[in-house]
Design a binder for this molecule. Structure first.
Ligand SMILES: Cc1cc2nc3c(=O)[nH]c(=O)nc-3n(C[C@H](O)[C@H](O)[C@H](O)COP(=O)(O)OP(=O)(O)OC[C@H]3O[C@@H](n4cnc5c(N)ncnc54)[C@H](O)[C@@H]3O)c2cc1C
Length: 380
C-alpha cells in the first residue's frame, strides 16, 4: 500500500517533533519527580491543535483522517507517556463518542472547547466489578421527568483530575443486557457527581486515574449521547477506533527506545570497546528495529483501512496486540542494553519500561484483542 505523506502532514509532524523536543524532553525528569505535566505545556499543546486532532474543522479541530492521526501519535509516542496519555485519552476515547454520535446541539456545546483543550475529555466505562466484561456494568441511569439520575461507581478513569466533560456509560434497562446500556455526557459540576479517590499507578507519571462516584447525580435529559440502548455499541466502536492510535503511540515509543539504546551502546565501553561492537548487542538492536518496522506497517495499514471506511475490527485488534507486545519486547531489550543503568531513574528507558506495561492492559487487554481476532476469524 502507498503510505505517502502529504506535505501538510509533514509540516504538522515537524511541528509536533519540535514541540516535544523543546517542551517535553527537557523536563522528562521533572515530570517523573513531580508527577505533573505543567499547565503551560498543556496550553502550548492546545495552541498547536493537539487536543483537536480528530474533531472536525467546523467545530474548531484539525479534523485529521486516521492515518494522519496515527502519524501524529507516533511522533507523540516518542516523548513522555504521561503527557501523551492526557492527549491520547482526550483525542481518543474522551471526545470520539461526542464527535461521532453527538446531536448538533451537543457538538456545538462541547466540541469547540474540547478542540482547544480548554476543556479536557474523559471516558468512564470501567467499574470495580466490570473491566474486560464491560457489558456487566452496574451504574444505572433512571429517567425522571426531564432529568436522568445516575447512581454507581467507575474506576481507573484517566484525565478525571482535570476533565470537564465525561462520557459515562450506564444501564437504562437492566432487562436488555448489553442493549440496555446508554451513553451520557456528564459535566464535572453535575450535582451528585464526585471524584472520590486517585489511584496511584506504576507509570504514566503526570497522568492520573481516579474513581468516580455518582450518587443521585442529576443531568438534563438532553445529555443522553446517541440513542438510548446504543451505549455498549458506542463504547466498543470508540475503543476500536482508539486501538490503532495506541498502536501508533507504541511504535513511536519503541523507536525512541531504539535510538536511546543505539546512543548508549555507542558510548558505553566494556572490554576495551563500545558495547555496540558486540554482536549480541547488535542482535538485540536488529530485533528491536525489525519488530518495530513491522508493527509500524500494521498500524499504517489499519489506519488506512479505517480512512477507506472499513470497520477493520480484526486489523485494529491486531494492531493493538502487535504494537503493544512489540513495544514491551523492545523496551525490555532497551533496559538490557543499558545494563544496571537501565534499572536506574537517571535514564529515560527506566520510565519507558514502566509506561509500556499499561499498553497491554488498558482499552482492551491483549487477551481480549486475541478473542476479537479469533471471533472474527471464526465468523462469530
Ligand atoms: C492506567 C489506567 C488507565 C485506564 N483508563 C481508563 C479510562 O480512561 N476509562 C475506562 O473506562 N477505563 C480505563 N481503564 C481501565 C482498563 O481499560 C481496564 O483495566 C482493562 O480493560 C482491564 O479490565 P480489568 O482491569 O478489570 O481487568 P479484568 O477484566 O479483571 O482482567 C484480568 C485478567 O483476566 C483476563 N481476562 C478477562 N476476561 C478474559 C477472557 N474472557 N478470556 C481471557 N482472559 C480474560 C484479562 O485479559 C486480564 O489478564 C484504565 C486502566 C488503567 C490501569
Amino acid at each position: 500500500m502507498d503510505f505517502s505523506i502529504p506535505a501538510e502532514w509533514t509540516d504538522l509532524l515537524r511541528t509536533v517533533r519540535e514541540f516535544t523536543e523543546q517542551e517535553i524532553e527537557p523536563i522528562w525528569r521533572k515530570i517523573e519527580d513531580d508527577d505533573e505535566i505543567p499547565a503551560a505545556v498543556l496550553a502550548k499543546a492546545g495552541a498547536l491543535g493537539l487536543f483537536g486532532l480528530t474533531i472536525p474543522e467546523e467545530y474548531g479541530g484539525l479534523g485529521l483522517p486516521m492515518l494522519a492521526k496515527a502519524l501524529v501519535y507516533e511522533e507523540l509516542g516518542r516523548t513522555h507517556a504521561g503527557f501523551v496519555s492526557i492527549i491520547g485519552t482526550h483525542c481518543g476515547i474522551g471526545t470520539t463518542a461526542i464527535t461521532n454520535l453527538g446531536s448538533e446541539e451537543q457538538k456545538r456545546a462541547y466540541l469547540p472547547m474540547l478542540a482547544t483543550g480548554e476543556w479536557i475529555g474523559a471516558f468512564a466505562l470501567t467499574e470495580p466489578g466490570a473491566g474486560s466484561d464491560a457489558a456487566s456494568i452496574a451504574t444505572s441511569a433512571t429517567r425522571r421527568g426531564d432529568r436522568w439520575i445516575l447512581n454507581g461507581t467507575k474506576h481507573f478513569i484517566t484525565n478525571a483530575r482535570m476533565a470537564k466533560v465525561f462520557t459515562v456509560f450506564a444501564v437504562t434497562d437492566r432487562t436488555k443486557g448489553s442493549k440496555g446500556i446508554s451513553a451520557f455526557i456528564v459535566p464535572r459540576d453535575a450535582n451528585g457527581f464526585t471524584i472520590s479517590r486517585f489511584q496511584p499507578t506504576m507509570g504514566l507519571r503526570g497522568s492520573h486515574v481516579a474513581e468516580l462516584v455518582f450518587e443521585n447525580c442529576e443531568i438534563p435529559a438532553e445529555n443522553l449521547l446517541g440513542p438510548e440502548g446504543l451505549g455498549y455499541t458506542t463504547a466498543l466502536k470508540t475503543l476500536a477506533q482508539g486501538r490503532v492510535g495506541i498502536g501508533a503511540r507504541c511504535v513511536g515509543a519503541a523507536q525512541r527506545c531504539i535510538e536511546l539504546s543505539v546512543d548508549y551502546a555507542r558510548q558505553r565501553k566494556q572490554f576495551g570497546k563500545p558495547i555496540a561492537e558486540f554482536q549480541l548487542i547488535q542482535g538485540h538492536l536488529a530485533e528491536m528495529a525489525a519488530e518495530t518496522a513491522a508493527a509500524r506497517q500494521l498500524a499504517y495499514y489499519s489506519a488506512s483501512l479505517l480512512d477507506a471506511g472499513k470497520a477493520a475490527r480484526r486489523e485494529a485488534a491486531m494492531t493493538k496486540l502487535v504494537c503493544t507486545e512489540t513495544y514491551g519486547r523492545v523496551v525490555d531489550k532497551a533496559v538490557q542494553i543499558h545494563g544496571g543503568m537501565g534499572y536506574c531513574k537517571d535514564v529515560q528507558v527506566e520510565h519507558y519500561y514502566r509506561d509500556a506495561r499499561i499498553t497491554r492492559i488498558y482499552e482492551g487487554t491483549s487477551e481480549i484483542q486475541k478473542l476479537i481476532i479469533a471471533r472474527d476469524l471464526l465468523g462469530e
